[in-house]
Design a protein around this ligand. Structure first.
Ligand code: UDX
Length: 441
């Protein structure tokens, strides 16, 4: 069955969701308030770097299944299934999530509805938000127009957004048990193709569905900080955290994924989501349950400080030193620099008096916008020219394939710190480099 769908918000989440829903054969309208984003999307250009998304976008625009608008009225008239995919950033100076954009969608959309509608929230929100939005939508909708809010959290990873949307590990749907409607039926129609593939579909209440998302991200953050804590101990004991991770990862109960020690997690999700989760638990009187997340956050931030420390050790003093930073994105295959450990480390080192040269294959424009005073180079070799130390802070394939001899010819000092443990120490040491990895002897 073909559905008429509106997707509110055209960021990483919304743009991907809109394009992928059209790919499933539905008719989709993407809605945003940002005119420049809309103009790009309409012309088939993705406003950020996401492998494979451009093709899906262009194919579906060409097929007439996907268009974009800034008009809520147009979206309300066209669709009876709405997805809410706007951002929930961290509030300035607080841990809590800023729900302004989420609320704004409901406030603008609900009064314009002309026919019975289901609004599926996809944004990551504090538990309790969906029920609150549902009440607000019912109150604002025109008399006689049924509106239902359900929650359908998104688990996509940047860099794998298309694959994660079309072939997710699971689909989760939270429905309002107090106001049963047609949300499950609508979700089954939208995701029919995925359900036919046998993708697990978990239907639950609103609160559980909201918590599934925040707890999944809290678990992932904890796993990374666990291995980074082990890296601290390994450093103190002269042990190797990468071997340790391989060895414990063989235990199926533990698993090797998300056990890569390094400069830690960043991005638009994990850091802000664990903080918002702590804030919400506090409001609910369950703050003790999540105090460990404070430790998870602290371990993560300490890795950045440790990286700066290692750079200082390598240079003697950072004052007047030349530091090459390879990688600015918070992870490879992304141009996202939100809360990026790499840029954060680069900034700290510069503040301590070093000349920092940054190179990233995709995130140069975003980095410049966020940290305009850092030096930027057009290639890895260029960034390393005259460097006293080279820091690898994002594990792009391009950096893994760097030739130690080529790089050795341009640097002032053959000193490398692998902030992602993504290079082979032996190769670099054999080429005359001083190699240091985080959590390795
Ligand atoms: C995350 C969740 O994985 C996803 O399910 C959710 O929907 C959104 O948040 P994303 O932010 O795209 O996705 O990045 P992810 O791949 O989870 O990586 C997060 C950070 O952790 C990156 O900075 C990455 O470099 C770091 N990381 C990841 C590690 O430091 N070590 C690891 O072993 C894995």
């Amino acid at each position: 069955m073909t559905c008429n769908i509106a997707v509110f918000g055209t960021g990483y989440l919304g743009a991907t969701h809109a394009a992928c829903m059209a790919e499933l054969g539905h008719h989709v309208i993407g809605v945003d308030v940002d005119a420049s984003k809309l103009a790009k999307l309409e012309s088939g250009e993705v406003p950020f770097y996401e492998p494979g998304l451009q093709e899906v976008l262009q194919r579906n625009i060409a097929a007439g299944r996907l268009r974009f608008t800034s008009s809520y009225q147009e979206a309300a008239s066209f669709a009876d299934i709405h997805f809410l995919g706007v951002g929930t950033p961290q509030k300035k100076g607080e841990f809590a999530a800023d729900l302004t954009y989420v609320d704004a969608v409901i406030e603008q959309l609900a009064p314009l509805l002309e026919k019975p509608a289901v609004i599926f929230g996809k944004s990551t929100v504090p538990v309790g938000t969906a029920a609150r939005l549902a009440a607000k939508a019912r109150q604002l909708a025109p008399a006689g127009v049924d509106v239902e809010v359900a929650w359908n959290p998104e688990f996509l990873r940047e860099g794998f957004a298309v694959q994660d949307t079309l072939h997710p590990d699971r689909l989760v749907l939270g429905i309002d048990r107090d106001f049963p409607g047609r949300a499950e039926e609508a979700a089954r129609a939208v995701y029919a193709q995925l359900l036919d593939e046998g993708i697990p579909f978990i239907v639950t209440d609103l609160a559980t569905s909201e918590l599934v998302k925040t707890s999944a991200n809290a678990f992932l953050a904890t796993k990374i900080s666990f291995i980074n804590a082990m890296a601290e101990v390994c450093e103190a004991a002269g042990a190797d955290v990468t071997v340790l991770a391989d060895a414990i990862g063989h235990d199926e109960r533990i698993g090797r994924k998300f056990l890569n020690a390094g400069v830690g997690f960043g991005g638009g999700c994990l850091p802000k989501d664990i903080r918002a989760f702590m804030a919400r638990a506090g409001e609910l009187g369950a703050d003790q349950a999540l105090t460990f997340l404070r430790e998870v956050d602290d371990i993560n931030m300490r890795r950045r400080a440790r990286m700066v420390e290692l750079a200082r050790e390598a240079c003697g003093s950072l004052l007047g030193a030349r530091v090459a930073v390879l990688g600015a994105a918070f992870k490879p295959d992304s141009d996202d620099v939100r809360d990026s450990p790499a840029l954060n480390v680069a900034g700290q080192i510069q503040l301590q008096g070093a000349a920092v040269n940054v190179y990233d294959p995709k995130a140069m424009d975003n980095s410049r916008a966020l940290f305009p005073t850092l030096g930027y180079s057009t290639s890895a070799l260029d960034a390393c020219s005259g460097a006293d130390v080279v820091l690898v802070l994002t594990e792009w394939r391009e950096f893994k394939e760097l030739n130690p001899n080529d790089l050795g010819r341009v640097v002032r000092q053959k000193s490398l710190i692998d902030g992602r443990n993504c290079l082979n120490p032996t190769t670099w040491r054999d080429a005359g480099w001083t190699y240091r990895g985080l959590g390795r002897p």
